[in-house]
Design a protein around this ligand. Structure first.
Ligand SMILES: [Zn+2]
Length: 292
């Protein structure tokens, strides 16, 4: 998307408790970067893991959202460039690839971050918050001046089936911003093949139009899933945001994890099969998600 360079990505199975680890191949060496919030180096145009001036991997959000949405906790990702390919601007091709390869259930118990009390962050006219909730829920609202988007909201209780409702939603942008980014040397791979573009006349430039009338808020929800997937464990709670983005998502996650009274690490072996499955507190350090 931003470098305009071609890149190969190879996914390999990983053992329980490995987490999601990028292996960056460059100059004959390999740099490992864990997909954790503590590794976020920038959220300016996309979510970047690592040092933006050194070894890093950019635009991880749609891939991370796919892993979160499909319930994949452990995978090794080999990549020979510094940016995850944008593909068609959505998570659709990642979903197809993982479903084609198959997903194996491991014997280990999955750990969760259970939200115990509301945690909120505000910035300008935007806000984001976590609230206690029995399940993993997203309530995302956007509000753009452009009548092409306007005000849209989406509430989704996450499971692999519902994930399809957001997985195919594409990245979007305004023509005037794309031109500015091009001039600054960014968005070099951006095109109508991988972005919904809104023209100066507030019309959608893409010939094929939108995949859903509310594709924009669906995509923002996908982005939020990808950013929160960097917690190191999935959360049990409701994430809500208004006019959010990568920066606000990352800040909300940092604030939640900085307050040890706001969450608890729990695990359960059969959560997916039964919502009523008991969730037990895990003995151990509360900062566990950030060191996995
Ligand atoms: Zn996105």
């Amino acid at each position: 998307m931003h470098s305009g360079k071609s890149v190969s990505v190879h996914f390999s199975p990983a053992d329980a408790d490995t987490g999601i680890v990028f292996h960056l191949l460059a100059d004959g060496g390999v740099t490992e970067i864990r997909a954790l919030h503590s590794e976020v180096g920038s959220t300016d145009l996309s979510t970047v893991l690592g040092d933006p001036a050194g070894a890093h991997v950019a635009t991880v959000e749609h891939l991370m959202a796919t892993l979160f949405g499909l319930g994949i906790d452990n995978v090794a990702i080999e990549i020979d460039g510094s940016e995850v390919p944008i593909l068609d601007g959505s998570a659709a091709l990642f979903v197809d690839a993982f479903e084609h390869a198959g997903i194996e259930r491991l014997a280990a118990r999955r750990r969760y971050i259970r939200v115990l009390k509301p945690v909120r962050i505000e910035a300008g006219g935007s806000w984001a918050e976590f609230r206690p909730h029995d399940g993993t829920r997203f309530e995302v609202e956007i509000d753009f001046d452009s009548p092409a988007i306007g005000r849209q909201s989406l509430a989704i209780e996450l499971d692999p089936e519902r994930f399809r409702d957001v997985a195919r939603a594409r990245t979007f942008g305004f023509m005037k911003d794309v031109e500015r980014l091009w001039a600054a040397g960014f968005a070099l791979g951006s095109s109508l093949e991988n972005s919904v573009v809104i023209g100066d006349d507030h019309r959608i430039i893409n010939m094929e139009g939108l995949r859903w009338p509310d594709e924009f808020v669906r995509h923002k929800t996908l982005d939020a899933m990808g950013d929160l997937a960097l917690a190191g464990a999935r959360f049990i709670g409701c994430f809500r945001s208004y006019r959010g983005g990568h920066k606000l998502n990352a800040a909300a996650l940092r604030r939640l994890l900085a307050d040890s009274s706001a969450y608890q690490i729990v695990d359960t072996s059969r959560r997916e099969r039964s919502r009523a499955a008991e969730v037990s507190a895990v003995a151990g350090p509360l900062h566990a998600p950030s060191v996995r």
